[in-house]
Ligand binder design. Sequence first.
Ligand SMILES: CC(C)(COP(=O)(O)OP(=O)(O)OC[C@H]1O[C@@H](n2cnc3c(N)ncnc32)[C@H](O)[C@@H]1OP(=O)(O)O)[C@@H](O)C(=O)NCCC(=O)NCCS
Length: 182
Amino acid sequence: MSLKVPEGLETERTLIRPFKGDDLDGFYTFMSDGEATKYLLFTADQKTFEGTKELLDKTIANYDNEEQIYALAVERKADGNFIGSIGFGPDWKGSGYQMFWMILPEYWKKGYGIEVTKKLLEYAFSILGLELMTAYSHPDNIASEKLALKLGMVDNGIVDIEFFDEPHVQFVIRKDDLNQLL
Ligand SMILES: CC(C)(COP(=O)(O)OP(=O)(O)OC[C@H]1O[C@@H](n2cnc3c(N)ncnc32)[C@H](O)[C@@H]1OP(=O)(O)O)[C@@H](O)C(=O)NCCC(=O)NCCS
């Protein structure tokens, strides 16, 4: 992917920025939490401390590459704490991009998810010039579904994804639909 990762995006309560080495402990808090990763496609190895470190190192190293891993850290402005990660990558089912979101459990249901995903979508559409964004969510992942719908994404129904044992719900939003929400 040759889209430029932003130096930093700011919302009322957060900074959305490239990952750095110091994020390891916070990132591992998420990766080692069985409930938080329940519906995500991480391997058992990636959920270990070493595996998480490898994933983080790879993400950081890839910012300098032409084909970047578009994963960003979310930092809380008030205390500098790492509270999650958002980003996007090639769509599993199409030629566009799909977004992902994760917030550390202790910060759930405080509006951080919607605050940061809205900002990234705004950036993707208005600065990067993308026209469409998808997201996939396990049918039982209520929090993720709520977030997608609150973001203005439309439920496109259940689709099969080859890496997952179970079908997932596909959510879609077009540039013009986000503009109406802002
Ligand atoms: C999905 C996730 C990012 C939501 O983060 P969050 O910061 O709690 O989200 P918000 O506080 O902005 O909430 C957004 C909406 O979802 C609702 N919501 C959040 N968690 C919920 C839950 N467990 N059950 C029901 N509704 C929930 C909120 O109430 C809010 O809706 P409302 O304003 O109408 O009340 C978080 O639950 C998470 O990290 N989950 C694990 C990772 C994951 O599964 N990612 C999805 C695949 S990439």
